[in-house]
Design a protein around this ligand. Structure first.
Ligand SMILES: [Zn+2]
Length: 343
């Protein structure tokens, strides 16, 4: 390669370079230590000695000129890059769209409201294991060995002596064994039953359990606290009734019903049967009663010295009534926007 050829190729390469990095590559290829100009310089050695100084001078001047051209080209591309960035009108300090943070799940919302009510009245919130002993889940709660729930058709047994708790009540037993009376606790949490999922059943659901034991505790305390809870959940004017019932772990026992907020207890909305209560005018919230003496005995309490009351409610059921949801499966389907729509 001779000097003229090098100069031509160099100018061509500079013209095709659109940024500083490309120009630097051109510099290395033509003017660098192993570049084309070194090749040309080597040609000097083949000239007669008298011509060598002149040739060296010509090459040096040429290289200086090319370096100046390169510097000018670099200034040009950098100036163009600056102009482009100035023309970009994006404002990086402009606030972005608000982030979606979701909403509290309606079932959890009920649990929070119930816990807030009871803690305000001095109750402690305790949580228990979801895998329970057969003894805590059934025996200690006065559920006899021949009860259908114990056959394994209604309950998830992990071993003959271990079951996924079928209610949150075993935590009552654990709490009473750990602490002497008086005791006032609520137990929110998951429970499991061997139901096929349908509009009214899930194999896993949430309950809240309440227990108060002490000297002179009577049914009036139960009614007072549970009427208060229903009014916390359904408004200050909610009507509540206690309907005689049977549970193995309480005696006497009562179902807790709240007058239907959708139809005000009439069973009809605009001359059509009320969907929320199915026309009965009342909504069943759960069970309650005075703790059975056998349960107190099983945890080492003296039923002649202390008495107590307990209740249990399904949280999904309360959330369904609050939000007029007709299919319990909605709570576990993870439909986008479901919780936000109810919040
Ligand atoms: Zn109704």
């Amino acid at each position: 390669m001779n000097l003229a050829e090098l100069t031509a190729r160099f100018r061509d390469a500079v013209a095709r370079s659109s940024d500083a990095r490309a120009l630097d590559e051109v510099r290395i290829a033509f003017l660098g230590r192993s570049g084309a100009v070194t090749e040309v310089r080597k040609g000097i050695g083949k000239l007669p000695p008298s011509e060598r100084p002149g040739a060296g001078k010509v090459i040096n001047e040429a290289v200086q000129a090319l370096e100046a051209e390169l510097a000018a080209a670099l200034a040009r591309v950098e100036n163009a890059a600056l102009t482009r960035s100035l023309e970009d009108t994006s404002d990086v300090t402009f606030p972005g769209p608000p982030a979606k943070i979701g909403a509290i799940h309606p079932v959890r919302h009920v649990a929070i409201d119930v816990a807030r009510y009871f803690t305000r009245h001095g109750f402690a919130v305790v949580l228990g294991p979801e895998i329970e002993t057969d003894a805590n889940n059934f025996d200690a709660l006065n559920i006899p060995p021949d009860h259908p729930a114990r056959e394994g058709l209604d309950s998830f047994y992990l071993r003959p002596d271990l079951v996924l708790r079928t209610h949150t009540s075993p935590m009552q037993v654990r709490a009473m064994r750990k602490h002497g009376p008086p005791i006032a606790i609520i137990v929110p949490g998951k429970a499991y039953r061997r139901d096929a999922n349908d509009a009214r059943h899930l194999f896993m659901f949430h309950q809240v359990e309440g227990l108060m034991v002490g000297h002179g505790i009577h049914f009036g305390h139960l009614k007072g606290m549970l009427v208060g809870m229903c009014r916390e959940l359904f408004g200050p004017s909610a009507d509540v009734r206690f309907r005689p019932s049977f549970f193995p772990f309480t005696e006497p026992s009562a179902e807790i019903d709240v007058k239907c907020p959708a139809c005000a207890g009439t069973g009809e909305v605009a001359a059509v049967q009320c969907r929320t209560c199915g026309g009965s005018g009342w909504i069943e919230l759960g069970g309650s009663g005075m703790v059975h003496p056998n349960v107190l005995r099983s945890v080492g309490y003296d039923p002649d010295a202390v008495t107590g009351w307990a209740f249990g409610c399904g949280l999904e059921r309360i959330a369904m009534k609050r939000h007029d949801i007709n299919d319990i499966r909605a709570f576990i389907e993870n439909t986008p926007g479901f919780a936000e729509g109810l919040a």
